[in-house]
Design a protein around this ligand. Structure first.
Ligand code: CP3
Length: 342
């Protein structure tokens, strides 16, 4: 177990400067990641090779001394473990054999999820063993709506028309898919905790495409059910919710009965968050990943602005979304320096 700054912050403790980690901190912007990545053709095989997953998980901690590591894996391992065909095409991102009717998801089953995802749990166990005690290890999963987006669209999308038409037109059958995903994600997250994850993050990357009432039913409510399900088995595990691009609807995610922190995308103003969210729940975020690409005085000014707004309350420094491949690693080192010397 880790008792460092990151977990203490999630538990409500304050420090002179906040802890920092970055979404997608292990990735293509690091030459040492690309070197390990080059040894396996298929991205999923790479995720399922514990030695490699452990190595790339630890790389950004070794290089930048971040306060938390996030296990190297992907949100799409859950649909894969349920029996859906998933693959990654070079330069194109994820592809799935899209679900087109309710009968098809009747064939998905969570019975073999725990066996299927053993390599992820092995990687967590080994990473936890190699990580310094003061550094936290995050496990994660995609939230049901974001997983359903990929499962029904078969890939990323601009409009998400298929998944929305299904959710709006056939809420009963869409609800069955969401229920299955809630249970599968609870299993996957509990397995990660049992393997040694110190905290969890739920990524609802596509929540922002839904109108408010649908957002409640298909994003917030399933995420709360997951948090309660995980907490029933692991009462103390901190859970961070990342409902991306939901704007002021972030207000409804201030659910301290379910979440320990709310991760904010770049679109949420730090000043508004300090007034409306932070008094109720710890917040994480929200530097624009392109500021990290830009670096220099622009990045410094913006990082300090965020620190000045949010650093006086319960806060974890992070980006508003993942590190992008064109990020110069030196800018990450500089960002850590800025945060630590604030
Ligand atoms: O360092 C970390 O953050 C841990 C690893 C991690 C990955 N994916 C590795 C990855 C995490 C937490 C994720 C989450 C994830 N995966 C999300 C939610 C967060 C978000 O970005 O909104 C989503 C939507 C996915 C699905 C996914 N995986 C996409 C859309 C892509 C292609 C886009 C891209 O960047 O290429 C992936 C591939 C992927 N997952 C890569 C990495 C490092 C790049 C592929 C490679 O290295 O070959």
């Amino acid at each position: 177990m880790s008792d460092g700054k990151f977990l203490a912050t999630l538990a409500g403790k304050r420090f002179p400067t906040p802890p920092i980690w970055l979404m997608r901190q292990a990735g293509r912007y690091l030459p040492e990641y690309r070197a390990v990545r080059a040894t396996t053709k298929s991205f999923l095989d790479f995720c399922y090779t514990p030695e490699k997953a452990v190595e790339v998980t630890l790389q950004p901690i070794a290089r930048f001394d971040l306060d938390a590591a996030i296990i190297f894996s992907d949100i799409l391992v859950v649909p894969h473990a349920l029996g859906q065909k998933v693959w990654f095409e070079e330069g194109e991102g994820p592809k799935l054999e899209a679900l087109t009717d309710a009968a098809q998801f009747g064939q998905l089953s969570r019975a073999r999820l725990t066996d299927f995802l053993q390599p992820v749990y092995t990687a967590i166990r080994e990473t936890r063993g190699r990580l310094a005690p003061g550094k936290a290890l995050l496990g994660f999963a995609g939230a049901p709506f974001t997983l359903a987006c990929y499962m029904i669209e078969g890939q990323g999308s601009r409009e998400f028309a298929k998944v929305k038409k299904w959710a709006y037109g056939h809420p009963d059958s869409f609800g069955l898919l969401i229920d299955l995903l809630v249970e599968a994600v609870v299993d996957h997250l509990c397995n990660q905790v049992e393997a040694g994850a110190d905290a969890l993050q739920l990524f609802d990357s596509w929540a922002g495409v839904l109108p408010e009432e649908q957002l409640f039913s298909w994003s917030l409510e399933p995420m709360v059910r997951i948090a309660h399900g995980v907490r029933a088995r692991h009462p103390k595990i901190p859970i961070i919710a990342f409902p991306r691009a939901v704007g002021p609807a972030a207000l409804m995610y201030r659910r301290s009965d379910a979440f320990s922190a709310l991760s904010l995308d770049t679109g949420i103003g730090a000043h508004w968050a300090a007034q409306e969210l932070q008094p109720h729940i710890c917040v994480q975020g929200n530097l624009d990943p392109i500021m990290l690409v830009t670096g220099g005085v622009a990045m410094e000014r913006e990082a300090k602005r965020i620190l000045d707004k949010l650093g006086h309350g319960s806060f974890v420094f992070n980006l508003g979304h993942g590190v992008v491949p064109q990020t110069p690693p030196d800018h990450v080192a500089r960002l850590v320096e800025i945060v630590r010397s604030w």
